[in-house]
Design a protein around this ligand. Structure first.
Ligand SMILES: Cc1cc2nc3c(=O)[nH]c(=O)nc-3n(C[C@H](O)[C@H](O)[C@H](O)COP(=O)(O)OP(=O)(O)OC[C@H]3O[C@@H](n4cnc5c(N)ncnc54)[C@H](O)[C@@H]3O)c2cc1C
Length: 390
């Protein structure tokens, strides 16, 4: 049997998260826009902590965190639903109580030093694989770690690292065996900022202000290897692949809200004696957006369902990311168009979404890399046409 309905728990959580986002987070939107105009951070760290504490009272803490670490242990489908609701606002709010999935690969000591304080919000991590010479081609990283007694000495540059300006430790990927490279010669290290790496902010067109990281003779004890020596590339792929469906999940929320704005504006805005909603060009923008939004929703839920059921979700996740992020970019463009000149101003959130959503087509695998993966899976027979129902 195919069942397209959400379960009762899914519906109840969706409704409650919507209430929380509408009541507690959306009212901050004007302030966030003003802060951006004045060159201030969107939310002060204290504001974010307060919001996270409020969310915790509602029961939303550590959405994907296992129960033994005090989290909700929500499945992938529930996580996608929650991300969709949070995506309805551009306020950069993240539910607290979670840590990067690969930190669970740490030793007991590493869990105490890095994982648990990150879950509690006392420490902040960043994930650094991209380099000036190796982005999509992550197998070609050159940051080098050389063994010296009980330590490793790391030298190299990383670029575009989210949270790199604020983090107090980094999960950095370095070559420990150049002959093997990504096939057994890359290792992940947990490196405190106090050990000597430096960050420089990179201004971007959106809210995401990543950093360039510099490692110059940074000395790291051997027991700071995360996972096994030489198994870093697998960890990096686990970090990236695990939550790929979450990116279109958030984009769906943004597209939903924008489509609602478009419908309201089209019904209210008069031109040449009638509401612009009467014009077929405007109806086309609305209809195309609604159709693509629904398609993205089902592709994303399907990918999440595969993850939840421990199936190989890589193909479905690439399909959902490629389609869902492009859908949101098309929707924001159409909705901005429907709003005319007002859409282009900073009075409305549309121009901000226009800039923010653009990033989704670049990080965690560009459009082209998703297309490459999808085509390769089909051309090499790893996935059969129509196999999504199998
Ligand atoms: C705001 C932001 C935050 C980020 N956060 C992080 C982070 O936290 N940690 C981290 O490690 N990285 C992060 N990244 C890096 C991001 O993952 C890379 O930018 C991305 O993978 C693309 O790499 P690149 O920029 O080097 O582009 P390139 O790989 O140089 O690609 C340039 C163009 O060529 C295309 N291309 C490349 N190879 C192929 C191919 N084989 N076939 C077809 N087309 C190809 C690409 O699709 C793209 O269009 C972030 C980036 C940004 C912008």
């Amino acid at each position: 049997m195919i069942d397209f309905a959400l379960g009762e728990e899914h519906r109840a959580v969706k409704e409650a998260v919507r209430q929380f986002i509408t009541k507690e987070v959306m009212p901050l939107e004007d302030e966030v826009l003003l802060n951006e105009r004045n060159g201030r951070p969107a939310l002060e760290p204290g504001q974010l902590k307060d919001l996270q504490a409020k969310a915790r009272k509602y029961g939303y803490w550590g959405i994907n965190t296992p129960e033994e670490y005090g989290g909700m242990a929500a499945g992938a489908v529930m996580s996608a639903i929650i991300a969709g609701e949070a995506g309805r606002t551009f306020v950069p709010f993240r539910f607290g109580g979670s840590a990067d999935n690969i930190l669970y690969a740490g030793t007991e000591e590493q869990k105490q030093e890095y994982l648990i304080p990150t879950i509690e919000g006392e420490r902040r991590s960043c994930f650094a694989i991209t380099e000036p010479g190796a982005g999509s081609d992550a197998r070609s990283i050159r940051t080098r770690a050389v063994r010296d007694g009980d330590d490793w000495v790391i030298n190299g540059e990383k670029i575009f690292i989210t949270n790199g300006n604020e983090a107090d430790f980094v999960m950095v990927f370095a070559v420990t065996d150049p002959e093997k490279g990504a096939d057994g010669g890359v290792t992940c290290f947990l490196v405190d900022r106090a050990m000597g790496w430096e960050s420089t902010p990179i201004p971007t067109m959106g809210e995401w202000g990543p950093a360039a990281l510099s490692f110059q003779d940074v000395r790291v004890p051997n027991d700071h290897i995360l996972g096994e020596e030489g198994k870093g590339f697998e960890l990096a792929m686990q970090w990236i692949g695990n939550g790929r469906f979450m990116i279109p999940a958030g984009a769906i929320g943004a597209a939903e809200r924008m489509l609602e704005m478009a419908i309201e504006h089209a019904n209210n805005r008069q031109s040449m004696g009638q509401p612009i909603a009467n014009y077929q060009f405007i109806q086309g923008h609305i209809a195309d957006s609604a159709v693509e939004l629904e398609a993205a929703r089902w592709l994303t839920l399907h990918a999440a369902w595969q993850v939840e059921n421990k199936m190989d979700a890589r193909h479905a996740s690439s399909v959902a990311k490629l389609y869902g992020t492009n859908m949101a970019n098309r929707v924001v463009d159409r909705v901005l168009q429907i709003h005319g000149g007002m859409g282009y101003t900073k009075e409305l959130p549309l121009e901000r979404w226009y800039r923010e959503l653009r990033l989704l087509r670049i990080f965690e695998g560009t459009d082209e890399i998703q297309r490459r993966t999808i085509a390769r899976n089909l051309l090499k027979g790893h996935v059969k046409v129509g196999a999504s129902l199998a």
